[in-house]
Design a binder for this molecule. Structure first.
Ligand SMILES: [Zn+2]
Length: 343
């Protein structure tokens, strides 16, 4: 009776159609508990209203650089690279055959196999030479051995370097099909250039793709949401000779979905899919392409430090820790979907 006494104020009818605040709060609380201290950045950016989107920008598009996913992407306005002293980071070996080639905020990775190197994500155009080409060389690897580049999604902070790796070293490019299609519509003046799709390049569809290079297979999972063609990965690395499975989260932010329930549901389904694949593989490492989500820049530097008894490689968070990461993503997206009253 109390609730319907609010009819006159216009609340009662809306209350039956709108999700309750307590329902939203419950999802946020579940995400917060899963995040703990390990995934604070992911929780803050995904669960708080407007989190991670200064000015309400398009999901994941860095301010002033990159391009919107899908459709005909406008070429980003040319601008000088930021001062190197604000972003450059040395390259680090983080497992026997996995190397971090990131800037302080954005990560690229090199997975060494018995038949060459797989690069995952390629960062901004200004970072490709100092971080990836010179980074590989500093670590004793040869950039000419790069056989494949897996791009998690077509945003400038992860893909501007790919055209150089393709044209200079002949690397094949693997991307989610819809993001490949959007990439090919780019203006030729796109920062770093536009890769070409030819024989040996791969467009990943909903069925996913298994990339095998030498002794290593990467299970590529179609996880649309952050962009329409985002892909994520599960693959093995060696840690002191022991096999450890890694889950790679391809795209994180959800900001521009608004009331589009289909986009929210697609994103949520994708988190379940990558979480299930990670679980099936026994993944105990979770990494991504932004250090604010996985602490890659900090952990990369910690790897070389002395470990006390019982301490593992800092990237190993355990199978439960990996699942908690995807719980944060799924629960925050569910809360945000409700908050946006998406239908
Ligand atoms: Zn993005």
């Amino acid at each position: 009776m109390l609730a319907c006494s609010l009819i006159a104020l216009g609340f009662c009818g809306a209350a039956t159609a709108q999700p309750s605040q307590s329902e939203i709060d419950a999802h946020v609380a579940t995400a917060k508990a899963a995040a703990g201290l390990d995934y604070r950045g992911t929780f803050m950016n995904l669960c708080l209203p407007g989190g991670g989107f200064p000015g309400g920008g398009r999901a994941g598009a860095p301010v002033g650089r990159g391009a919107a996913p899908g459709g005909r992407a406008a070429a980003p306005a040319p601008r000088p690279a930021p001062d190197r002293a604000t972003w450059y980071a040395s390259p680090y070996k983080v497992f026997d055959n996995l190397y971090w080639l990131g800037t302080r905020a954005h990560s690229s990775w090199a997975l060494q196999t018995s038949a060459g190197i797989i690069i995952i994500d390629t960062n901004f155009d200004y970072a490709i030479e100092p971080e990836i080409v010179e980074g590989l060389t500093k670590l004793g690897l040869n950039p000419r051995d790069v056989k494949y580049v897996i791009l998690s999604h077509a945003h400038g902070d992860h893909d501007e370097g790919v055209a150089l790796l393709q044209s200079r070293y002949g690397a094949h490019v693997i991307m989610g099909g819809p993001d490949w299609d959007a990439t090919l519509k780019r203006d030729a003046s796109y920062a770093g250039g536009v890769p070409k799709r030819g024989p040996g390049d791969v467009s990943v569809g909903p069925e996913g793709y298994k990339l095998t290079l030498g002794d290593t297979s990467v299970n590529i999972i179609f996880t649309p949401g952050h962009t329409v063609g985002t892909i994520s990965d599960v693959f093995p690395v060696k840690d002191g000779g022991k096999t450890v499975m890694v889950a790679y989260s391809g795209g994180t932010l959800t900001g521009a979905f608004d009331s589009d329930a289909k986009r929210w549901d697609e994103y949520i389904d994708s988190q379940k899919r990558i979480a299930d694949a990670a679980k099936a593989a026994g993944a105990s490492v979770i990494i991504s392409n932004h250090s604010e989500y996985d602490d890659a820049y900090t952990k990369s530097r910690l790897v070389a430090l002395k470990r006390e008894a019982g301490e593992e490689n800092p990237f190993i968070v355990g199978a439960a820790g990996v699942q908690k990461y995807f719980t944060v993503m799924e629960e925050c997206a569910t809360a945000s979907k409700l908050r946006n009253n998406a239908k």
